[in-house]
Design a protein around this ligand. Structure first.
Ligand code: ARG
Length: 463
């Protein structure tokens, strides 16, 4: 039995006819309704410009601009009937405008196309998200700077290979993330500046024969200038890709810090106590307090970087100018933006609420022969021993301490002398972790004075 309304080859198992499937694959209204406010702002600017240049009458422009505000309030109050048959937000808005104001609505689409319209709307949407990311990053950086200031001189182990390396300060560790998020902030600002050109008026791909004023719409929408090539303008999604790649790098940073918080809050480390507000319990193990927010932040990089990869693949190899493939840009960016903002806010909240456990940090700072480098440096400085030889002597002393199950400061002067004659009592002055961190005064080093200088620099930047 063949159903004439569906495809001869594969229609047998489809309840819906191909036109419904076409509608389903074609429509973007399910997601691009998130750009309603941007679409209406773009159309209002366009209508004002069409009147100013004499392309349409003032009274038509007024009717259009008023009517669009009515549409906006219907959408914002949830009283708007979105239609899949009308495909996307652009046609949904225009169709409703026609119902409200009648004939003048048909003049709105003069000298433009959905191709420059969607590029404009999407740019406006992404630009808002760059601004939101800037705010989120500034708040997170502020919270980290506060932590750094409070614990500028708290000693803790610094790691390489997650093995105890040298003592560092809590403040120094916090400020490391300030630098990372500071670079993210500069990428956000840089990309926002580059993307802030208006595609509106590029029309379908070639520009338009109407005497439009692209400077005027660009200015009305807060763009720095109009784009300079209409083919490029309707086919460019670099701004979305820069948003996603910036988000990806930032999410990677967030995941590294989140991972440290997961490790640090464990019973084995106890470096940090996360607040109850950012933890969960276990339904079966009463002793547990889980760092779920940190774990989820750690995971967010997966979907954000996935969005970046997905859009790169969509754009790769597309010929100029607009292709419908590009409709696949929005869901990736929407999802990445939502999750990036959420991760930034959750991390800020966690950092604000967390307590560094000064005693546990200090106890761990001194373990694992963390001041071995200081011992070697002392020999170089005081005994003028070449560093390589000092390294060797220190290694022998570490082996001796390890064999006895003690730490370096627990060895006697006699023990030291048995490995190298020249060592004096003065050696003990560098073996304490406080001495160790205080001595690292090189610019950007871990000494509390250096950390406080960086805290002051960032406070100045944050204003
Ligand atoms: N919904 C479309 C998109 O998101 C709008 C542009 C459609 N343009 C076209 N010529 N079909 O990309």
């Amino acid at each position: 039995m063949t159903d004439k309304t569906s495809n001869q080859m594969w229609g047998g198992r489809f309840a819906a006819g191909p036109d419904a499937i076409m509608e389903a694959i074609n429509a973007s209204i399910g997601f691009d309704q998130r750009m309603a406010a941007q679409d209406i702002a773009g159309s209002r600017a366009h209508a004002a410009m069409l009147a100013a240049t004499g392309v349409i009458t003032d009274s038509d422009a007024d009717a259009i601009r008023e009517g669009l505000l009515t549409v906006l309030s219907e959408i914002e109050s949830g009283n708007f009937q979105f239609s899949t048959a009308l495909e996307d937000i652009h046609m949904n808005v225009e169709a409703r405008l026609k119902e409200i104001i009648g004939e003048p609505a048909g003049r709105l689409h003069t000298g433009r196309s959905r191709n420059d319209q969607v590029a404009t709307d999407f740019k406006l949407w992404v630009r808002d998200q760059f601004d939101a990311a800037e705010k989120g990053l500034l708040a997170l950086i502020g919270a980290l700077v506060d932590q750094a200031e409070a614990g500028a001189d708290w000693v803790m182990p610094g790691f390489t290979h997650l093995q105890t390396a040298q003592p560092v300060t809590w403040g120094h560790h916090m400020m490391a993330y300030v630098e990372m998020f500071g670079r993210d902030l500069s990428r956000v600002r840089d990309a926002r500046k580059r993307m802030n050109e208006s595609p509106l008026g590029s029309a379908a791909l070639a520009g338009t024969s109407f005497p439009i004023d692209r400077e005027m719409t660009a200015e009305a929408l807060g763009f720095d200038r109009p784009t300079a090539n209409s083919l490029d303008a309707v086919s460019d999604r670099d701004f979305a890709l820069e948003f996603l790649s910036t988000a990806s790098i930032c999410a990677m940073h967030l995941s590294r810090f989140a991972e440290e918080l997961v490790i640090w809050s464990s019973a084995q480390f106890r470096f940090v106590t996360l607040s109850d507000r950012f933890s969960t319990g276990s339904s079966i193990m009463p002793q547990k307090k889980n760092p779920d927010a940190a774990e989820l932040i750690r995971a967010k990089v997966g979907r954000i970087f996935g969005a970046n990869t997905a859009l790169m693949m969509v754009m790769k190899g597309l010929p100029l100018a607009y292709s419908k493939d590009m409709q696949e840009d929005k869901e990736q960016v929407f999802d990445a933006a939502d999750n990036w903002m959420l991760a930034l806010a959750a991390m800020e909240g966690m950092v604000k609420d967390m307590t560094g456990n000064r005693e546990s940090l200090a106890a761990a700072a001194g373990s694992g022969f963390s001041t071995a480098t200081d011992l070697a440096d002392w020999m170089v400085r005081v005994l003028k021993v070449p560093f390589r030889d000092a390294h060797h002597v220190t290694g022998a002393l570490v082996a001796m301490a390890e064999g006895r199950g003690v730490d370096l400061p627990d060895l006697t002067l006699e023990d030291m002398k048995s490995v190298h004659e020249g060592i004096t009592e003065d050696i003990f002055s560098v073996l304490g972790v406080e001495n160790s961190v205080n001595s690292r005064m090189s610019y950007g080093g871990t000494a509390p004075a250096q950390v406080r200088a960086q805290v002051a620099r960032w406070k100045e930047i944050l204003g």
